[in-house]
Design a protein around this ligand. Sequence first.
Ligand code: GLY
Ligand code: MN
Ligand code: MN
Length: 455
Amino acid sequence: MNDDKDDLNKARTGRPSSPAFKEFLAGGWAEPEDTATTLIAAAPYAAERRARLSALFPGKRLVVPAGELKARANDTDYRFRPLSDFAYLTGLGTDHEPGAVLVMEPTADGHDATLYLIPPAAAGDEGFYADPRSGEFWIGRRPGLAEFAAMTGIATADLAELPKDVKVAKHPKAKVSEALSEMRFIKDEYEIQQLRDAVDATIAGFERVVPELPRAVEHKRGERVIEATFDGHAREEGNAVGYETIAASGPHATTLHWIRNDGQVRTGDLLLLDAGVEVESLYTADVTRTFPIDGTYSPVQRRVYEIVLEAADAAFAVAKPGVRFLDVHEAAMEVIERRLTEWGIVPEHEDPEAKLFRRWMVHSTSHHLGLDVHDCAAAKRELYMDGLLEPGMVFTIEPGLYFKADDLTVPAEMRGIGVRIEDDVLVTADGVENLSAALPRTPDDIEAWMARLAR
Ligand code: GLY
Ligand code: MN
Ligand code: MN
């Protein structure tokens, strides 16, 4: 690639700069084909969300940016993903649209929304070949202002027209972010379908990993074989992964955020795969399975696995409308504490609130899921952890047990074993639906699933 930022790239700008060349490059292009644009499926839902936000902030101007391109180095940018609040209020997904700003201007009875955008520079426009960030010569055909208006149903304007007195911070104001996080707790029917699609694509990704296990065992960085298989699938079938894949083999499974994924994959060990496909609308799944690399759990691996499964089942059993979010976690923790105490590894302590057993399960059992893997994060605690479950909420149930390889407080045979089982659930009228139920969860079912998929 090459571009016009001559200050940054003096050393490597080899393009002729004569007026004759510039004129020749600017012209002689056929009329672009019409990109027929119709209202996107998310648009009516986004309009409804804007109306609800409007009602929460009468008389206040609301400014929600998509975010800016982020330079990776010099003139090379990271692939763009809009901020989730922007996607939520416009319905736009994929890479729409760097630099855009949604402004909701207060009126007598609500707000008027305008989507301010950087117009793409088409042939004939200044910047067509000279601006590598918006020139279509460089980045390909992009929707223009009229097309975005047709897609979203929102009035559009050139970003250069954004009134001088509208301050655009990097994120919406804290109160607006908090309100949006709290609105995002309850998913509408469009969001639920997107999450179902994300989970289904994720399950298909897990199914692609299993036949690659022999190749992973052969490779010096087998975890990368797993990661690349899943991540390639996510790019093929969705927008991307919803978070960095955790492909943790053997003792790496006890490192909660193991995303380096540069380890070997060894027969006899477990593989903890925590991965999610983010679909084009930017909703993501978040699923974990821990399976035996050679297709069969050892007795001690199975013993650890069964406790985690029992904890997950206990969480599933209490989850229903009206129950406190935190009580789902408490139900899982009750099982973990009881089973580890029976094993005799939890030291006695006069204060039961010391909860020493949490040494082996330090994370929480659940988080909301949606446009962000850890969704609704700006909500108030009393509505999140202490909030009550309502139909339409989507969250994870993901207990685990992690015995680090150097943990001298547990029997040697358990050291280096990490297990997590993570499912994505939708709160229904009287319980929860496990959206990831098509992926086996019990040791017997996982062994059968692996045998079926093995090549
Ligand atoms: N993969 C991140 C999480 O499970 O929360
Ligand atoms: Mn996860
Ligand atoms: Mn999770």
